[in-house]
Design a protein around this ligand. Structure first.
Ligand SMILES: [Zn+2]
Length: 338
């Protein structure tokens, strides 16, 4: 224990002696520091905290902080759900946990492997002994560049520019230590955490985590509020996504922390936006597929006024509509086969 203390004293002395105090202080943080602090709140009456990201897509103006994450503090350690979209954000989350408890961080659960939720895993891998858990199809994220639902290397290159300096040449995708197929239970302290596979819906590896006896559900990107969800990838199944939303309703949690957007105390309210949006795009595109209308024409003719002003509409809506058009065309083709 002596050595780190000596090192810290030396660093403190260096900072004091150095005219460029800010630059010296920054070396204390292992990643590029953030200027916007995390927005951390507590689930009322429970030892569960969460960070709410900004609406819209990851960019310099929000420092990549667009997704939600959270953590459960038990008598036997901490379980983290999602790690945010840059190593700097992961580090900030870790610092927030340290302000609340000095208990070991035992597990970090990844809701699914998409950049905006997993680049922060690097901070947990490098600075804690936490076990990283994900659904088994998360392995496809790196292993298969052609079928993975987000081209991992391409995405990392894009983020190294879009989110520099928070994502840089040292940023890497950290794989899980443990994976599960359908369901996994973590019993820790006085809590039972049930991890439930809910994909392929928004991505191939979507999962949700139910915390009992609290009745708090971390829903990942199955539930998104207040912005147009991203659906433009090979593995999106809006059919399965609607079923996963039904599962949320069946679980009937007291409190829902979605992957993006505000929390909710009523399941029906939490799932309404995502379900209405998926159903609206499906209905609109179903008519086009039935009438053999060309996608571009169908898209131009559709009435998007209900969603046009929402965050991420410009970046996500057209691609989403196209994916759903293809999904419906595929299912029609299957149904037509003798
Ligand atoms: Zn997301």
């Amino acid at each position: 224990m002596r050595e780190p203390r000596v090192t810290r004293l030396v660093i403190t002395a260096l900072i004091a002696a150095c005219p460029f105090v800010t630059a010296a202080a920054q070396t204390l943080s292992p990643y590029a520091p953030l200027t916007i602090p995390l927005n951390i709140e507590q689930v009322p009456g429970n030892s569960i905290w969460y960070s709410t990201g900004n609406p819209g897509i990851p960019g310099k103006e929000n420092e990549g902080n667009t997704s939600n994450a959270g953590f459960v503090v038990t008598s036997d350690g901490v379980v983290v759900f999602d790690a945010l979209g840059t190593p700097s954000l992961g580090w900030a989350l870790l610092e927030q946990i340290r302000k609340i408890t000095d208990k070991n961080i035992r597990y970090v659960v990844a809701s699914h492997y998409h950049a905006d939720h997993i680049y922060g895993l690097q901070a947990f891998r490098d600075h804690t002994s936490a076990i990283i858990v994900a659904q088994e199809r998360s392995g496809e994220y790196k292993d298969n560049e052609h079928t993975a639902d987000e081209r991992a290397n391409q995405r990392l290159d894009q983020r190294r520019t879009a989110l520099f300096p928070w994502v840089d040449g040292n940023t890497r995708v950290v794989p899980p230590d443990i994976t599960f197929k359908e369901r996994m239970t973590i019993t820790i302290g006085e809590r039972r955490l049930t991890l439930l596979y809910a994909g392929p819906a928004h991505s191939s590896s979507d999962m949700m985590m139910m915390v009992e006896p609290d009745g708090v559900l971390f829903a990942g990107d199955i539930v998104q509020n207040g912005r147009i969800p991203f659906m433009n990838s090979d593995d999106v199944s809006t059919m399965q996504w609607l079923q996963a939303l039904d599962e949320v309703a069946r679980l009937d949690p007291k409190y829902i922390i979605p992957g993006h957007g505000r929390t909710s105390t009523r399941a029906s309210q939490a799932i309404a936006f995502t379900r209405d949006y998926i159903q609206y795009v499906r209905n609109t595109m179903a008519t086009a597929v039935q009438n053999w209308t060309d996608f571009d024409v169908a898209y131009e003719q559709a009435d998007w006024s209900k969603y046009r002003e929402m965050p991420a509409f410009a970046s996500n809506n057209r691609g989403n509509a196209y994916r759903i058009y293809l999904e419906l065309e595929r299912s029609r083709f299957k149904a037509d086969k003798p």
